[in-house]
Design a protein around this ligand. Structure first.
Ligand SMILES: O=C(O)c1ccccc1NCC(=O)[C@H](O)[C@H](O)COP(=O)(O)O
Length: 269
């Protein structure tokens, strides 16, 4: 990772993450966080839930729970993580993604704890992971999967974070935006390769990103199309190039009937 070439928003988010990490580690040292992570019980099978959905002919939907975002501003208010988790589960979503970042997404670890305890779905901690401490913290709060944003990590960092997650039996979603990041992601063990349609410089989404990259993903990996999906037709576009797993947030969260909107996506393929 070269900090000089990082998009401005990502750079600012990562600076906030460093500060948050220092504060949290001062309050709860890493040894104690690791002990909590190992004491919390077995994770739910995130990768398996996506594979099962696809094997059963459904779209493997990772349904996102977030109150706000840099691109969307305030997305859902009032915001009820427990109700959303239950609505997504009723719709047939395979997994949840819960934003735990506070400054940019108005999320919190409590949102993840509440959402996970309200349903039986495996849960991704959606945050900006830069240090093993956050992986232990993710498992300690109950997360079953972590996100590794290749744009924000060196290869050595990505490998280290993946090793910690694997040691805790967690899944890893490796997220890429271009061919170079995809090549790097394929050097990791994880089968879950997320192609994010959001350009981190402009914050605009373009499904052509996944259309170009998903066909480059080897058959032994599981492509996940992320960001900017709004209609069943969008879902079919992603499925047509080989992404039968998708991660959807803003569109679902802006609907009055979240269950119906999520069900339409699950059944679109
Ligand atoms: O969403 C943003 O504005 C954003 C800005 C900077 C870094 C990441 C960002 N979003 C994270 C995500 O990738 C999305 O939450 C996720 O893929 C769902 O996307 P959407 O369905 O478009 O809400």
């Amino acid at each position: 990772m070269n900090a000089d070439t990082l998009p401005d928003t990502l750079l600012r988010i990562l600076a906030d993450k460093e500060a948050e990490l220092r504060e949290r580690a001062a309050a709860t040292p890493i040894g104690e966080m690791e002990r909590r992570a190992r004491d919390v019980g077995r994770p739910r099978d995130f990768t398996g839930a996506l594979c099962d959905a696809v094997a059963e002919g459904r779209i493997g939907l990772i349904a996102e729970i977030k109150k706000a975002s840099p691109s969307g501003g305030l997305i859902r208010d009032p915001f009820d993580p427990a109700g959303l988790a239950q609505a997504y589960e009723a719709a047939g979503a395979a997994c949840l993604s819960v934003l735990t970042d506070a400054p940019w997404f108005q999320g919190s670890p409590a949102d993840l704890v509440t959402a996970r305890s309200s349903c039986a779905l495996p849960v991704l901690r959606k945050d900006f992971m830069i240090d093993p401490y956050q992986v232990f913290e993710a498992r300690a709060m109950g997360a079953d999967c972590i996100l590794l944003i290749l744009a924000a990590l060196s290869d050595a960092q990505a490998r280290e974070l993946e090793e910690v997650a694997r040691g805790l039996d967690m899944s890893v979603l490796a997220e890429v935006h271009d061919q170079r990041e995809l090549d790097r992601a394929l050097g990791l063990h994880t089968r879950l390769i997320g192609v994010n349609n959001r350009n981190l410089r402009t914050l605009q989404t373009d499904l052509a990103t996944a259309e170009a990259l998903v066909p480059q993903i080897p058959a032994d990996r599981i492509p996940v199309a992320e960001s900017g999906l709004r209609t069943p037709e969008d879902v079919r576009r992603m499925a047509a190039v080989g992404a039968r797993c998708i991660l959807v947030g803003e569109h679902l969260l802006r609907q009055p009937d979240v269950t119906e909107a999520a069900r339409a996506m699950v059944q679109a393929g």
